[in-house]
Design a protein around this ligand. Structure first.
Ligand SMILES: Cc1cc2nc3c(=O)[nH]c(=O)nc-3n(C[C@H](O)[C@H](O)[C@H](O)COP(=O)(O)OP(=O)(O)OC[C@H]3O[C@@H](n4cnc5c(N)ncnc54)[C@H](O)[C@@H]3O)c2cc1C
Ligand code: HEM
Length: 373
């Protein structure tokens, strides 16, 4: 298989921008109308998610061994879209038709053979993983909302109790769908370590014009049933032998997975110093301070420091959470979570200040869905 030709041809196709997903979906829905029902009614936002991933993953088939765990997770997670094994050839056909259309004269029988083989390989890993997990886990869980509190303008804390046992690790996320917006899935991080009653906490902030975040914060209420996909991600999880002190830096709802880590240390140990810096623009946006102060009072190894950047009347720390946190850095492992901008700024500040990269773990709340390692 000529993997350079695969990559080169995808680069050429990708130059056509938005035209590519437009053509792909038209081809798919025309050739296989039964697949239309799997996709959201409105395809306006993020319609390039699947197509970008297809081109990227399939043309990088030479790295397939490195990304097998990612593809297995993606395949298992695709069950939440009601994707079945028989849909894979349909998507493969639409992909080939799209390549042929955009490559014109450059579409050769050899290239067609290589793309077919590469797609087949990726699809095989995904479908096999989906099939194996079907015997053990449901395609998604249902979680009844048992608590819904709008704690600050545009920020809600939501607790849902899941209908089956749900094994996850503190620091992980899952994609969530809300009844008001069927078939739209977005990732949210668990704000708690696993509990016996199978409940999970989510911290959701409305983004401007955001479909799912608005529905979750302003539309959802107690008694609604959320759909929750399988837990994903290992960027912020603690490894078994991780017993070092921790310095946690949160921006906005980026607090969620870091609070989960604090709970994990509280429940499982081993005991160690944990310093949590909670960044927000104004003190009104410090939506979870009451719960955090309670945890701090109960656990002598924990210190919680709120930091606000745009509130002259706040009596605590001012500025960016990372700058305040750096003053307390004594070689601890550092975890950062928040918006893309907050995480990028914080990580470069940490590196500039001499924190070794291997001590820094971070995750960003991007619009991206499944992400490669
Ligand atoms: C691994 C992971 C974990 C996440 N955990 C959380 C969490 O715990 N709490 C939480 O509040 N959010 C979290 N997010 C973000 C969340 O998945 C959604 O992206 C966010 O809620 C917006 O979805 P939406 O449907 O409302 O917006 P959309 O309708 O998808 O987008 C509307 C507009 O807002 C822009 N936009 C979308 N998402 C963002 C964003 N995150 N930042 C800035 N602009 C954006 C889009 O480009 C678009 O222009 C996480 C994201 C990832 C990848
Ligand atoms: C090689 C095969 C495939 C790859 C690499 C792939 C990859 C992806 C990725 C990365 C996403 C975004 C992740 C997310 O939102 O959780 C996605 C979304 C999606 N995929 Fe796939 N996929 C493949 C095959 C399929 C097939 C066969 C179907 C069935 C028709 C399908 C249906 C969907 C749907 C419905 C979405 C959500 C799209 C949206 O919300 O706009 N995928 N895919």
């Amino acid at each position: 298989m000529d993997t350079q030709a695969l990559k080169g041809s995808w680069q050429l196709v990708a130059q056509s921008g938005d035209q590519v997903p437009l053509f792909f979906y038209s081809a798919l829905f025309l050739m296989y109308p039964e697949t239309r029902a799997l996709f959201p009614v409105s395809m306006a936002t993020q319609r390039d998610r699947l197509v970008n991933a297809l081109g990227h993953v399939v043309s990088n088939v030479d790295r397939v061994n490195e990304v097998v765990p990612f593809l297995q997770q993606l395949g298992r997670d695709h069950r939440k879209f009601a994707v079945l094994a028989q849909h894979y050839p349909a998507v493969g056909q639409a992909l080939l038709a799209t390549l042929e259309h955009f490559l014109g004269d450059r579409w050769t029988p050899a290239l067609a053979r290589d793309w077919t083989a590469a797609y087949g390989l990726v699809a095989k890993v995904m479908t096999e993983a989906a099939e194996e997990s079907s015997a053990v886990t449901p395609p998604w869980w249902e979680g009844e909302i048992i608590l819904h509190e709008v704690r600050a303008p545009g920020i809600a804390v939501i607790r849902a109790r899941l209908n089956y046992q749900y094994a996850f690790r503190a620091g992980q996320s899952a994609s969530v769908s809300v009844p008001l917006r069927p078939k739209l899935w977005r990732f949210y991080s668990f704000a708690n370590a696993p509990r016996r009653d199978n409940s999970i906490d989510l911290h959701v902030r409305v983004v401007d014009g955001g479909t799912v975040s608005t529905a979750l914060v302003h539309g959802a209420q107690r008694g609604d049933i959320l759909k929750v996909g399988a837990p994903v991600g290992d960027r912020l999880t603690l490894s078994q032998n991780q017993s070092k002190e921790l310095l946690l830096i949160a921006g906005g709802t980026g607090l969620a997975p870091l609070k989960a880590l604090v709970e994990q240390v509280a429940y499982e140990g081993p005991p160690r110093g944990v310093r949590l810096f909670v960044g927000a623009r104004t003190s009104r946006e410090l939506y979870d301070l009451e719960a955090l102060s309670k945890m701090e009072a109960e656990n002598p190894w924990l210190s919680v420091v709120p930091v606000v950047s745009r509130d002259a009347f706040f009596s605590g720390e001012h500025g960016h959470a990372v700058d305040v946190a750096l003053k307390a850095w004594r070689g601890q492992d550092v975890f950062v979570c928040g918006s893309e901008e907050m995480v990028q700024n914080s990580v470069s500040r940490l590196l500039d200040a001499g924190v070794p990269p291997e001590l820094i773990r971070f995750d960003e709340f991007t619009t991206a869905g499944g992400r490669e390692p």
